[in-house]
Design a binder for this molecule. Structure first.
Ligand code: ACM
Ligand code: ZN
Length: 543
């Protein structure tokens, strides 16, 4: 998958030529209008432009017509309804999805995009490559193409360029916490479009929390009747029906994004346990907690497993993807230590202690899902200690570098588990650039820090490293209209780390490119925030 050498250097043709030959004289990349983020592996610019006209044609075989239709829809931003045909017949002005059937011979690239004066040719090894080429192409057009209502522009041109591009990691995720705050289906679809633009391919959906259970489970109606309304705020009410979820999964699929649901257990479960208090150790409803709750599902009680397995049956029906995240973070064991049922289970199974009981609990559910062909992700907490071994279908998400350094990462690799790296320093986009609400100065970071100091980015190359994730937690009431300003522009740095192969641009060079996308973000209605503390205006509102 990975190109052997970095070529993200911009070259420009030395002579104006009809066929757009690409020469090797380097130009100052700061001066180039070509700003694609994440930056491609190799980009050679040439003189001249391709001009889209109402008579332009998209050529795509039927098997990838749906991707051509995605482009066709976006090109409506020009005011033109560009035709799609399935055969290349010497058209004068064409966007050609060059066929690659069957998709078996790999050349290690995601896609190649060649723009010349009369022709745009896209080739790819996989359908996803055509889609990523389309995302790149849309960034080559003037930003107004993204607008729903400005068709006033006279000319829609794309600079001649040859781009070869590949992804660094197969796993590139963004997590949204819909547990603490609820977001609408439209908001989530809007974010799926944003992820597609950034070539992020996993939407990790944190669906359950102390403050809200958001996924309908018809067998246990109280989960949503009660569990989706346990917090006080207006935007903390709500849940996703089966129809909502199917719509989101389908919308994501068209954008080559897998939706990975997270059911966070045994901790962060107050909302479920308020609905079904008989599944706690004390048989008492807890309080809906914003942070870490002392109350867990009782892992000694067989009814807990029956309940969770039934819940997971529905989760598997709704989410056809290969992965399910079962949380496992921040589960304090004081209550299990005192619970006779939990302690009895520990004794019966010859486990070491309550932490080992969590591994047994995790293993049992991972085995259950393994039989359904699923891989199961846990937050790194489950590998901090030795003890009960976890099955092979377990993947570890390394998150807590602030609290435990690289312990989860190292232990996961030692035990042969694949790892996703998305550490709280610095992949948690809810941390603002300057202190806000309960986020003090130790929980802030700026664009330079995320771009230059991300521990996930200094990983030793290892086949077990699946990729990188970033998270947007919604604690302390991060409502829908506050999310963009936390996510942008810093997510650009993360998307770059997830996608771009090889040497990086300097911070200044990259930030220059980032700023040049702000016109696009404005047209898309993305309310980007400041990148650096010194850019935060007096009185700036993070909420
Ligand atoms: C986490 O941030 N508690 C995974
Ligand atoms: Zn118990």
């Amino acid at each position: 998958m990975i190109m052997s050498k970095l070529f993200v250097k911009i070259f420009i043709a030395g002579i104006v030529c009809f066929s757009c030959n690409y020469s090797n004289s380097r130009v100052d990349r700061k001066a180039t209008p070509i700003n694609i983020i994440p930056t491609p592996t190799e980009l050679n610019a040439a003189k001249g432009t391709f001009k889209l006209t109402p008579a332009s044609v998209i050529v795509a075989e039927d098997s990838i017509k749906y991707i051509a239709e995605f482009l066709q829809e976006k090109l409506k931003g020009t005011g033109y309804n560009i035709r799609i045909v399935n055969e290349n017949k010497d058209f004068k002005n064409v966007i050609y999805f060059k066929p690659k059937n069957p998709f078996d011979e790999k050349n290690g690239l995601s896609y190649q995009l060649n723009v010349s004066l009369k022709k745009i040719v896209i080739s790819a090894d996989e359908p996803s490559g055509y889609f990523y080429a389309v995302q790149t192409l849309l960034q080559l057009f003037p930003p107004e193409i993204l607008s729903k209502d400005s068709h006033t522009r006279k000319e829609w041109s794309v600079p001649c360029v040859d781009i070869k591009d590949a992804a660094k990691y197969n796993w590139r995720s963004f997590m949204l916490d819909s547990g603490r705050q609820f977001q609408t289906v439209d908001f989530i679809k809007r974010y799926l479009d944003i992820l597609a633009m950034l070539k992020i391919n996993v939407f990790h959906w944190h669906l359950t929390e102390g403050q809200g259970w958001r996924i309908e489970i018809k067998k246990y109606p109280k989960l949503t009747e009660i569990g989706s309304k346990v917090a006080d705020g207006e935007e903390q009410q709500g849940y996703y029906t089966y129809e909502d979820i199917r719509e989101i999964v389908e919308y994501a699929k068209k954008r080559f994004i897998t939706v990975v649901p997270e059911i966070d257990i045994p901790g962060h479960s107050d909302a479920a346990l308020i609905a079904y208090p008989e599944l706690t150790c004390q048989k008492q409803a807890p309080k809906a907690t914003m942070g870490v709750s002392p109350v867990l599902f009782c892992a000694g009680n067989e009814k807990t497993y029956e309940f969770l397995q039934n819940v997971l049956d529905t989760v598997c029906e709704l989410f056809p993807g290969e992965y399910i995240h079962l949380g496992g973070d921040e589960a304090p064991k004081a209550i299990w230590d005192q619970c006779p049922v939990c302690q009895n289970k520990i004794k019966q199974l010859h486990l070491k202690n309550s932490d080992d009981l969590q591994r047994y609990f995790s293993k049992r559910l991972a085995d259950y899902l393994g039989k359904k062909g699923k891989k199961v992700i846990f937050w790194g907490d489950v590998v901090y200690d030795d003890g009960e071994t976890l099955p092979d279908n377990v993947i570890v998400y390394w998150w807590n570098s602030r609290g435990h350094g690289d312990l989860a990462y190292k232990n996961a690799i030692k035990r042969g588990h694949s790892v996703i790296c998305g550490t709280n320093a610095y992949c948690y986009l809810n941390y603002p650039v300057v202190p806000w609400s309960k986020y003090d100065s130790t929980r802030t970071f700026d664009f330079k820090t995320v771009y230059e100091k991300n521990p996930s980015d200094i990983l030793v190359p290892n086949d077990l490293v699946m990729g990188m994730g970033c998270c947007l937690w919604t604690d302390w009431y991060v409502k829908m209209d506050m999310i963009d300003q936390r996510v942008f522009p810093r997510i650009y740095a993360l998307a770059e780390q997830m996608w771009h192969v090889g040497e990086r641009l300097t911070l200044d060079e990259f930030y220059m490119q980032v700023k040049s996308t702000y016109d696009r973000l404005k047209i898309l209605g993305i309310d980007y925030g400041p990148a650096f503390a010194n850019e935060v205006p007096d009185g700036y509102k993070w909420d």
